[in-house]
Design a protein around this ligand. Structure first.
Ligand code: NAD
Length: 502
């Protein structure tokens, strides 16, 4: 068993960053398990509700300390750039830790660490270029609008891309001048601790980032309900978002939410089939399907449906399944055995409802794959879009293929979902792509590509897929409050009091 930090950092195992220091968690025991073989990666105690409280209070105090509050933008940006440098220097260690914590391939973990570093660098740059607004006056005054920190932000993240999701919240929140109390997912908390370490080592006052691992219902809930937390930024499931939204309504507190999806990928009859196949495979099977934007509903024009499904299944069967540590692996295990069982149960339920499994669809029963939380790439057809398997998020390597006829039929089926996160369109006709892209309910539409994400481009969902946008220049403003200031320029008193002054 490893200690919770990379080997060689003796004496620090079991410690979490709380209220400016590293201390032992006072909550229940958390065991991080490597899903490729069931071995224990780390054991430590989650944070207690009291540690959440102290983290919030220490964060708020530090945010108001002039030593940090009055830093000029370029000075604060320098700290964020240093965090990016440290993440890059420590990339191999953090990537390895994340892979054993989540089962991800090392290649994917490396890319996520690079993305986290890029996010810090990007928000350092945005911070340096951020401008207030001088508004047109209607009297003898200067009127302006400025952005100020909210105070303490509660950041709550899932397990599927931990270091990148954490950075996506911590970087803009710090850039905007806030403190952050970060609650990572219970099953994958290790990289959040490394992120806090990099922030500390970059010279950011340690009270500004606490990490409180633990369950959502105890630790997460305490964070959301804390009266001094001024905003919650969540990435997670829709049900979690709805629960947090109810608390936020009582507190009249802003929230941003990146939630679930059931994204349509559409293959028109004129698509470049090789490109579409590669895009569909990557869209739904990369990250073992544990991706909010997974293209899990594959709509194929009826004229090419049967041949496309055959080729998709043949390619899915050739994907290499294995541990994240093997550089050849394309489909790594699910994050946990419990999640693997959940994916399997959803496929079994679909079969019971009449769905046809065209490939995959069963937990490996023998050989080395039987030791880990593996689920094979699975293609299903023979169901209508109204079936549960087409309406509910699976978060695993399962694609449901559906035929469509006209463009109208396609748009109706694609939009017949409670979600609206992403969409992929494969076609040679850019007029059609533009037309359909504008009619689909989704926060992001990819045309002839899939799952490409830039930190400069706003990201988020519509309908039950979320509220607000992360990334992009506006991503910084999401962690601020707007304040209007009027500077009177008149040499004379305001006229209303008139004679009363004499
Ligand atoms: P989850 O909703 O179970 O948990 C997400 C986080 O919320 C965890 O840290 C959890 O402990 C916490 N949480 C749960 N209940 C809480 C409560 N009542 N109060 C406070 N915190 C609470 O999701 P998960 O299983 O960790 O992740 C998978 C989900 O995340 C999927 O639905 C996926 O689509 C979604 N996701 C969305 C995006 C996006 O950008 N839209 C990105 C990644 C994942």
């Amino acid at each position: 068993m490893n200690d919770i930090t990379p080997k060689g950092r003796a004496g620090e195992d079991g410690l979490i960053p709380v209220a400016g220091g590293w201390e032992r968690g006072e909550g229940r025991l958390i065991r991080s398990v490597d899903p490729s073989d069931g071995s224990t990666v780390a054991e430590f105690h989650s944070a207690s509700v009291e540690q959440v409280d102290r983290s919030v209070r220490a964060g708020l105090e530090r945010v108001e300390d002039p030593g940090w509050r009055d830093l000029l933008p370029h000075q604060r940006a320098r700290h964020l750039s240093r965090v990016a440098d440290l993440l890059e220097e420590r990339a191999e260690t953090i990537a390895a830790l994340q892979s054993s914590d989540t089962g991800k391939t090392l290649g994917e973990s490396r890319a996520l660490v690079a993305s986290a570093a890029g996010t810090f660098r990007y928000f350092a740059a945005v911070l340096e270029t951020e401008e207030g607004l001088l508004t047109p006056a209607r009297g003898p005054y200067l009127s302006m609008s400025v952005h100020e920190p909210i105070g303490v932000v509660g950041a709550i993240t899932p397990w599927n891309s931990p270091i990148a999701s954490d950075a996506q919240k911590v970087a803009p929140a710090l850039a905007a001048g806030n403190a952050v109390v970060l609650k990572p997912a219970e099953v994958a908390p290790l990289t959040a601790l490394e992120l806090a370490r990099a922030v500390n080592d970059a010279g950011v006052p340690p009270e500004l980032v606490s990490v409180v691992p633990g369950s959502g219902s105890v630790v997460g809930d305490a964070l959301v309900r804390h009266p001094l937390v001024g905003k919650v930024a969540l990435t997670g499931g829709t049900t979690t978002g709805q629960r947090i939204g109810e608390v936020a309504a009582q507190k009249v507190m802003p929230v941003s939410m990146e939630l679930g999806g059931k994204s349509p990928t559409v293959v028109f009859e004129d698509a470049d089939i090789e490109q579409a196949l590669a895009g569909v495979l990557y869209g739904v099977f990369s990250s073992s399907g544990q991706s909010c934007v997974a293209g899990s509903r594959v709509f194929v024009h009826e004229s090419i449906h049967d041949t496309f499904v055959e080729r998709l299944c043949a390619a899915a069967e050739r994907l290499r399944i294995g541990p994240g540590s093997d550089p050849a692996t394309q489909v790594a295990p699910m994050v946990s055995f419990a999640h693997r069982d959940h994916v399997a149960s959803m496929v079994d339920a679909a079969v019971a409802e009449g769905a046809r499994v065209r490939t995959g669809g069963a937990v490996p029963a023998e050989g080395p794959l039987a030791q880990g939380a593996y689920y094979p790439p699975t293609v299903i057809d023979g169901v209508a879009n109204s079936a549960r398997i087409c309406q509910e998020e699976i978060f695993g390597p399962v694609a449901v293929v559906l035929p469509f006829g006209s463009e109208k039929d396609l748009v109706e089926q694609a939009n017949d979902s409670v979600y609206g996160l992403a969409c992929g369109l494969w076609t040679a006709d850019y007029r059609r792509a533009w037309r359909v892209a504008r009619r689909i309910h989704a926060g992001t539409v990819w045309v002839n590509t899939y799952k490409q994400l830039s930190v400069s481009t706003p990201f988020g969902g519509t309908k039950l897929s979320g509220l607000g946008r992360e990334k992009g220049r506006s991503g910084l403003l999401a962690y601020t409050r707007q304040k209007s200031v009027y500077l009177g320029l008149d040499e004379n008193p305001l006229p209303w009091a008139g004679d009363a002054l004499t």
